[in-house]
Ligand binder design. Sequence first.
Ligand SMILES: Cc1cc2nc3c(=O)[nH]c(=O)nc-3n(C[C@H](O)[C@H](O)[C@H](O)COP(=O)(O)OP(=O)(O)OC[C@H]3O[C@@H](n4cnc5c(N)ncnc54)[C@H](O)[C@@H]3O)c2cc1C
Length: 815
Amino acid sequence: MAQDFPGETRVVIIGGGIVGCSVAYHLTKIGWQDVVLLERKKLTCGTTWHAAGLVGQLRASLNLTKLAVYTTGLYSNLEQETGQATGFKQNGSLAVASNEERFEELKRGASMARLAGLEVAVITPAEARDLYPLLNIEDLVGAVFLPKDGQTNPIDTTMALAKGARMGGAKIFEDIKVTAVHRANDRVSGVETERGPIKAEYIVNCAGMWAREVGLMAGVRVPLHACEHYYILTDPMPGVPADLPTLRDPGSCAYFKEDAGKLLVGAFEPNAKPWGMDGIPEDFCFDELPEDMDQFMPVLENAMHRVPALQEVGLRKFFCGPESFTPDVTYYLGEAPEVKNFFVAAGFNSIGIQSAGGGGKVIAEWIAEGHPPMDLADVDIRRVMPFQNNSQYLRERVSESLGLLYAMHWPYHQCETSRGVRTSPLHDRLAARGACFGAVAGWERANWFAPEGVEPKYEYSYKRQNWFPYAAAEHKAVREAVGLFDLTSFSKFLVQGPDAEAAMQRICTNDVAVAPGKVIYTQWLNDRGGIESDLTVTRLSEDNYMVVTAGASATRDWAWLQRNIPDDARCQLTDVTSGLAVLSVMGPESRALLSRVTGADLSNEAFPFGTAQQIEIGYAPLQALRVTYVGELGWELYVPSEFACGVFDTIMAEGEDFGLKLAGMHVLDSCRMEKAFRHWGHDITDEDTPLEAGLGFACRFDKNVPFIGRDALLRQKERGLTRRLTQFALEDPEPLLYHNEPVYRDGEIVGYLTSGNYGHHLGRAIGLGYVSHPDGVDADFVKSGSYEIEIACERVPAQASLRPLYDPKGERVKA
Ligand SMILES: Cc1cc2nc3c(=O)[nH]c(=O)nc-3n(C[C@H](O)[C@H](O)[C@H](O)COP(=O)(O)OP(=O)(O)OC[C@H]3O[C@@H](n4cnc5c(N)ncnc54)[C@H](O)[C@@H]3O)c2cc1C
């Protein structure tokens, strides 16, 4: 039926792949009918039409797993709801391991699956063959079976979502390209199309591999790049019944799917081939790319080993199509930090079919409610750093991204491509002293230091990795002598102007109306009381605050400040990250060491904890902050970048007398875990409140300006808490914790670890995680339970504590 082309609507969705159709469907489900979807050619003609259609449910985090579980439920009912067949079936999926480390990875995943309520079975190779008779099990050590995983027909499923959206009132137009995005001040106002303009309150960029280009129309960065992605389809094969589970053999970089009596074998090869460097052809529509058997052959050989029957069957089809990949192999959802009401749902890294249901649902809710409906920090578009839209960076990185889906997901894994993007002034000095670097937000950061004669290179494992003893020595130095960390990757913003205090008082939970020279630890909350950021604010002068937050939070926190400082406030924001290096000198000997290199009085009386002073070291003027993230006496030195090397050399020259050691980010983390300092994005997120997180001490309910989220916290106080962040220490010193391990109290699951590391001082693995109970959780509840942590499907007894196990009274910090 012909539809009138609208001049105005509430929401314009750009892109008619499975994701755009799912967003339209879910907007109508929550009652929004004024929705227009524009597709430049035909529905599904980009990447969706040629997907293999696997619908797995186990993802890297609990919330993303919940979204995938939702997708499965949605697809299983869609045909009944819309009358449009989807081809969805729940034939289960089997993942096999050909070595112990892979098996451990699968079992750790199975433990997390249970948290999400997924049915999962850890099985033997022989049991795997019973489920999948074509399987060669001679070199397998185990497998995991998820009976409720499935597969679907991507085109039919998209059409069903589109039909459901139309039934709910959405209008879908094909053959209309969006050519520009209009903005009015800081928000979107509509789009320009080949058929004329449409005014709109919201725009959702669901343009798949075109999303970077569409983003740029609005001045929004959506860093992604297409890669070639392959599968082959065999001739009909005996022994391939319709209910054969999907088989994933990550060690072979291959997956196998039943397809009308044939086998479809797909590849996740390392060193993928980026595609579309000169732009995507204007007429691209249901296109295939030329086959590249050389690229596919190594995977096919592995596949023939795993499923030997492939050696006997002809190949009917070689398929190559483009799919978009992102630098961290994770898709983008949410409102762009650059422009209000411009939403993104793109970059699906080969899991767009299984992610479209949950992704569409949360985008619709995010638009309607004005905030993400759950903690979605993993996928939030606000994690993007501006430099990441760089085409060379993207091209090089995505060649690695694709293979990472099936590569081992090692703890502390570091990418090899697109490295050396952002370096501290101390980088070469640290490298010369054995630093092994890892990258966060593009920053190269020393993670650990190899002693002389040892190559600074990771040897990954789920057990103790090669750097474990070196980190133990760094940790000991920080606890017993002094350690020097390079924390230059911190983000540093200045908030300046006559209205800076009023603006910051509203944004910060703590009281920042303090005398110049005070350093304040605070959270920023949303109006539900959830923690948006966890940081320090230093009052440098009456009208000048320095905000210091994590490197990875730069975009998000900057946007939060921008959006919460009133438009008419006389208050200026400046990002001074590049101008300041940060040297953190921590440990009981830090005072003695620094006193050798500065004339400033560092005594408790002259320089108490939680204060800042301008001091000199060598030739350098710098701002010293007496704070700590490791739980020791120490100072963070904010040094103008051009002076950083001089300050470093001066401190190092005196260090030997005090047992100074360079220390890396792994030890920063192991120390903060012992002291139970929280880490934003892991232990505290926008769905956790300071009261639940044990950070109520940083909330000043009585200050002159009420902070954002105060009322929600007061209501929660009234109701009482049903979850509390708790520190755990394993009784057994051997096993290691990473995160996502389920926590049992008296045999019942009560939560999971939000972070984990080894406490070298305490001599066992430490975790943080919420203990939840619907009837309330107080200190007695936490203390009275008996705890176990599940690691790779085995439970290990643990001690639980609401107070830090290391230095509970904080005496060392104030020493
Ligand atoms: C070989 C292969 C196998 C795969 N197998 C699986 C699998 O088993 N399971 C799974 O979950 N995923 C799989 N995927 C990934 C999945 O296909 C994608 O993640 C998913 O289809 C992405 O959907 P989308 O809607 O984001 O993008 P697309 O389907 O590409 O849709 C984007 C649409 O936007 C339109 N558009 C672009 N610019 C404009 C504009 N300016 N104006 C209007 N319209 C515009 C395009 O024409 C396009 O139709 C596979 C991918 C490949 C290549």
